[in-house]
Ligand binder design. Structure first.
Ligand code: PLP
Length: 374
């Protein structure tokens, strides 16, 4: 049996996405910048996709730009907020994705911007009182970058509350919403979001295509220079089949959000219940109430074989999951997220992440194989 429990890493493509992309690749190969009918057809595919993304976020069409990935979108926002919007201070958290953390490192080394990391508790929740305190004590132009859902432990932050704090203190608010787009409702007006990023391959769309939302009041300059694509904001001939696939996947995710969440919830709950009943001393990382991503279950196993070895053993049994650690020079080290939440280094973390396509049968199979491995 093959079991794919690594959906926070990437997701299988929906058949509807594959068929739309195949059709676009076969028939609609025109360059969207060309003025002839082939070009106009490709252009209309992109503009239709933009409408779908804008509707999903309650944004204006002109505030959505397609990119090659969420990594590109996050780099573009963070760097150009400093270069173009006179941002003097960034406030973030140590549990952000590397594309945010490494961009902040770059800015700290190469510009005068001040970078502040909020304290996080042992569940990965950033300290919002500290955020309010810092913002209300200085009127330095600030951008707050806090993700909506953590990709390793699933802890979700209250983006509406963060948006309110930012609005009250005139700070810009960027949220990496990669793990929540298409899974939870996101309304940029309600949550006072200035910038956000999304990536199609996390919601059953293709890899290599994402988008950035840039609020009309905070327009940054282009990050990639070249042609006039994406209304001069992002040069490079557009990935038309990818953008078409992204739109089909997002529309499907939004339409089926409640049904998909129920399916994922039942698989995750069963898995969690069986882990607790079948294994001694199991713990879970991240929030375990409603403020945890339904699709992520980060399991902390008692000290034992290396987490990477456990992942390989699961793989041998046909089960895909990921570990919360990395091996550097032969020494196993907890990831930056695990370290930030003070996860005991000797315990082993495996992240299981689900999609609506997973079944209870897969859960029973995985529990049996885990018993054998552990
Ligand atoms: N942000 C988060 C929270 C992610 O999980 C990922 C993907 O792993 C990214 C950003 C990067 O997305 P992309 O693969 O589109 O570059």
């Amino acid at each position: 049996m093959k079991v794919y429990f690594d959906n926070a890493s990437t997701t299988p493509l929906l058949p509807e996405v594959i068929s739309k992309m195949t059709q676009v690749m076969n028939e609609d190969f025109g360059n969207p910048s060309s003025i002839h009918s082939y070009g106009r057809k490709s252009r209309s595919i992109i503009e239709n996709a933009r409408k779908i993304v804008a509707k999903s976020l309650n944004a204006s069409i002109g505030e959505v730009f397609f990119t090659s990935s969420a990594t590109e979108a996050n780099n573009m926002i963070l760097k150009n907020a400093v270069f173009n919007l006179n941002v003097k201070r960034m406030i973030s958290s140590p549990t952000e994705h590397h594309c945010v953390l490494h961009s902040l490192d770059y800015l700290q080394k190469n510009t005068n911007v001040e970078v502040v990391y909020l304290k996080v508790d042992n569940y990965g929740n950033p300290d919002l009182e500290e955020l309010s305190f810092i913002l209300s004590n200085s009127n330095k132009k600030t951008l707050v970058s806090l993700m909506h859902g953590n990709n390793e432990i699933g802890t979700m932050s209250d983006i509406t509350k963060i948006g309110e704090i930012c609005r009250a203190n005139n700070a810009l608010f960027h949220s990496d919403t990669v793990q929540t787009i298409g899974k939870y409702p996101i309304n940029v007006q309600l949550s006072a979001i200035s910038f956000l990023s999304g990536s199609a391959h996390k919601f059953h769309g293709p890899k290599g295509v994402g988008f950035v939302y840039i609020n009309n009041n905070n327009i940054i300059n282009p990050y990639i220079h070249g042609g006039a694509q994406e209304r001069n904001m992002r040069a490079g001939t557009e990935n038309v089949p990818g953008i078409a696939g992204l739109a089909v996947a997002l529309e499907y995710a939004d339409l089926n959000m409640t049904k998909n969440q129920e399916k994922i919830h039942s698989v995750r709950s069963l898995f969690k219940k069986l882990l607790i009943s079948e294994f001694k001393d199991i713990q879970f990382n991240g929030n375990q109430d409603h403020s945890n991503l339904n699709h992520i279950l980060s399991v902390s196993f008692p000290p034992g074989p290396k987490a990477d070895v456990m992942v390989i053993n699961l793989d041998i049994e046909g089960i895909a999951a990921s570990s919360g650690s990395a091996c550097s020079a032969g020494i196993e080290e907890d990831s930056h997220v695990m370290q930030a939440i003070n996860h005991p280094q000797e315990r082993k973390t495996i992240r299981f992440s689900f999609s609506p396509f997973n079944t209870e049968e897969e859960v029973f199979y995985t529990i049996e194989k885990l018993k054998k491995i552990i």
